[in-house]
Every structure is written in C-alpha cells, then in structure tokens.
Write a protein that binds this ligand. Structure first.
Ligand code: UD1
Length: 416
C-alpha cells in the first residue's frame, strides 16, 4: 500500500488544470448500457473509481478501452446483468448500473452496498423509486435482485435529495413507457450533465438544473459522444492548497459557476478570488476570518469539501464551525487533524474549530477520498514531515494529486 511523505511548510503557487469530474463520469459510464454501439467519453480522469466502473462494464459484457483520458465503450454484448460483491464493496457508485440494467435487460442483480466511512448510506430511495416504475426486488445472499416486465413512467417524490437516486432513476426512466416526474430531484451539476448526455442519446428530459425533472419515455437510445465537465471538488481542493499555505493559484479549465457558495466562503475568510468563464484565481493577502459553514445539497456548500475546509479553518485564528447535514458521521478525519495539533471539537453533527494553532507533522491515516485530501492539505502547513497512509483513498478520486501539488511547490513523495 502506498503512502505519502510530505514535508511542510511550502507555499503553493502557480497555474494548474482541473481534471474531468469523477462523479459526472461514473453515472455517464453506466448510462452506456442503455444503448448498444460505440460510446466515446473524453476528459475522463484516470482514477481507481473510473477503472473500477470500467471493470464492472466489462463484466456486464462491454468492451472498454481507456487511453489518454478517453473512454471508448462498445456495449453490443452487454448480456450479463450482475454486479459482483468484489467490485461493489470497493465502490458504492457501482449501484449506478442498477437503473440501466433494469431498463435494458428487465433484470439486475447488484451486490447490496454496505456502510462506509461516511456512516450508514442506505439505497432505499433508489429501490422505492424503481418499485414505483414497476420493478420488484428481493435480497438474496447479499444481492439485490430486481426484475420487471416493462418499466412504466410514474410520479416520484424523493423524501431526501439524493444524487445517486436521482441519477439511477433518471437512467431507468428514459426508456420507461410514458411520462415520469422526479420531484425533489438533486440539482448537482453532475446530474445536469448526465441529463444532457441522456438527451444527446435521444432521451426527452426537461427541467434540467431544477428539482423537478420531467421525462417522456422514448423507445430507443443511441450511443453518446461526450466530454466530462470539470471536477468542482478537485478544483475546490486545489484552491484550498493555495489558501492553506497563504499562496496563490489559478485553476484553469474549471467552471466557477459550479462553485458559487464555495468561492463566497473563500472571500468571507479574506482570500481574493477572481474568475473568468473557465478559470478561478485565488490569492491570500491580508487578515483572515473564521467561518460558519453548513453543508447542503447543491447549490449549497458541498459535503465533499467539508473535510478540506476544516483543514483550512484550522489555520485561521478564531472560532469556526461546520455543521454537516448530508452525512452526519463524516468527521472521522478530525482525530487525524488533532494529531497534527488542530483544535477541533465534535458535537453531534457539528465541529467547532479553534484555529491558529501551529501544526506539526505526524503519521496519519486516511479514511475516505475527501478525508485523504484534507490530511494532505493540512500536511502542507505542518512543520517537519507528515506521513499519510492509506493513500489509495486519494487515488480513487484525485488524478495526479501529488504531481499537481508538487508542480505548484509542494514537497510530496509517494513511497510503498
Ligand atoms: C454522491 C457523491 C458523493 C457526495 C454525495 C452528496 C457520487 C459517486 N458520490 O453520493 O461524493 O458526497 O453525493 O453530495 O457522485 N440517502 C438515503 N437513501 C438513499 C440514498 C441516499 O437516505 O437511498 C441519503 C444519504 O444517506 C445522505 C443523503 O441521502 O444522507 C444524500 O446522499 P446521496 O446524494 O445519495 O449521496 P451519493 O449519491 O451516495
């Protein structure tokens, strides 16, 4: 297992390009199951999670070629309807094949995803919505087995906004008979990008970017040719790398519109932000202020930047707070930040950070993708050496993260 040795304290300075969005890529890859033929997806980040989804598609019967950030997927032979435990246990997003398989084969068998480092992560919203479309489920030997004669459009109201359930059900509904209405749908940019791709394949979805999606079922879809949107969470993490070291950065090839509230929080904390249509620059002159943050579904503050902001706020004097509303248990990383000397107190769904302590390097262990990023970012401003183990979590979601940071002035070595 690889780990990082990170020497602090180095200033992050320079210009870097954002990668394509993993969380846009995963459902779009699953959507290739919906149409036989050759699909082309560009700007795909080379990540373990993308390779896991590629493996899953191969098991289902697709031919997948992944080179130079381009995926070529031929789906004519997708005859298997089963997603095995070995893959699903390493990546919950494997559940995304459930909707497309029900739509294409009328049958799907997907290993039931368990809990994870973010706490309990049920899939009841996915299953209830599929049932409304006419699928029947049973759990056998740890697998969810779904069957349907024909999916029929329905009115579906999601009790909680869920990115995964919205994407999965959207993919099932595009070829369902008649009209489907998804209410309280997630509005994340990754959902809108999926809906656009589905429309480019021949689907009829309206209400894109809103919480009500209307889908008029079509008989047949055609292969896609698409380019993934930039990764807003990677972009935010790179901005934090500059902010936490009081450096400066320009992230190119990103979409500032996807980071509205995040950029506002940087400004509230005293960082200077300038944007163009596809770039964001951050600089760090002047005094810094503590912040109060509450995570929320898009366009609210993303839970996927919560741990990285906690690292940043540990370096800003005064009392900050972060209230987590999406994954209440997403605070495992705080005990690791405490090992560096951060003053963070956990109380229910909230952490209180009394920032400004000098941080000093220590051995740390990553518990999930974003926690791993937070630890790496905190290490950049910790004196001496920080060892971050279980870095495979980072490799699931950040393309070339250590190379990107090294090119910007960090001192990071990957060792076995
Ligand atoms: C996706 C993202 C993840 C991000 C999260 C929230 C991908 C691959 N992952 O995860 O990085 O942190 O959105 O922005 O895109 N819930 C239920 N029942 C369900 C489904 C969800 O109760 O059937 C709850 C969850 O426990 C959570 C909330 O709904 O409290 C939102 O979760 P959801 O948006 O579904 O997250 P994911 O799609 O798993």
């Amino acid at each position: 297992m690889d780990k990082f040795l990170i020497k602090g304290i180095q200033k992050i300075k320079g210009t870097i390009t954002a990668s394509g969005a993993k969380n846009a890529g995963l459902p779009i890859m699953a959507a290739t199951i919906l149409a036989s033929g050759k699909h082309i997806i560009k700007n795909v980040p080379d990540l373990i999670d993308i390779r896991t989804m590629a493996k899953l598609l191969r098991i289902i019967g697709a031919q997948v070629n992944f080179e130079n950030n381009t995926l070529k997927i031929i789906t004519n032979g997708c005859d298997n309807h089963s997603a095995p435990y070995d893959l699903v246990k390493t990546m919950r997003a494997s559940i995304y094949v459930l909707g497309p398989l029900l739509a294409r084969k009328g049958e799907a068998k997907v290993s039931f995803p368990g809990g994870c480092a973010l706490g309990a992560r049920p899939i009841d919203l996915h299953l209830k919505a599929f049932e409304k479309l006419g699928a029947k489920f049973e759990v056998k030997h740890g697998y969810i087995c779904g069957k349907t004669e024909k999916l029929i459009g329905a009115n579906i109201f999601f009790e909680t906004k869920s990115v995964g359930a919205t994407a999965n059900v959207l993919m099932a509904a595009v070829t369902a008979q008649g009209k489907t209405l998804l209410q309280n749908a997630a509005c994340e940019p990754e959902i809108t990008s999926l809906a656009k791709v589905l429309n480019s394949m021949g689907a009829n979805i309206t209400g894109l970017g809103t919480e009500i999606l209307e889908i008029q079922g079509v008989e047949k879809l055609y292969p896609m040719k698409t380019t993934l949107i930039p990764d807003r969470i990677e972009t935010g993490s790179l901005l934090i790398a500059a902010a936490i070291t009081r450096g400066s950065i320009t992230v190119e090839n990103c979409n500032p519109d996807h980071l509205g509230i995040v950029l506002e929080k940087f400004e509230n904390a005293g960082f200077q932000i300038t944007t163009t249509k596809d770039s964001i620059s951050l600089s760090s002159k002047g005094d810094k202020s503590s912040l109060e943050i509450t995570t929320n579904p898009y366009p609210g503050f993303p839970t996927d930047l919560q741990p990285q902001f906690a690292a940043l706020l540990s370096t800003i004097s005064g009392k900050s707070s972060i209230y987590e509303t999406i994954f209440p248990d997403r605070f495992m990383y705080t005990t690791e930040l405490q090992r560096l000397g951060a003053d963070i107190k956990l109380s229910g769904n909230e952490i209180i950070i009394r920032g400004g302590n000098k941080l000093s390097g220590a051995p740390l262990m990553a518990s999930d993708i974003r926690a791993a990023a937070a630890l790496v970012l905190a290490a950049l401003v910790s004196s001496g050496e920080t060892e971050v183990s279980r870095i495979y979590h980072l490799d699931r979601g950040y393309e070339n993260f250590e190379n990107k940071l090294t090119n910007l002035g960090a001192n990071i070595k990957r060792v076995q």
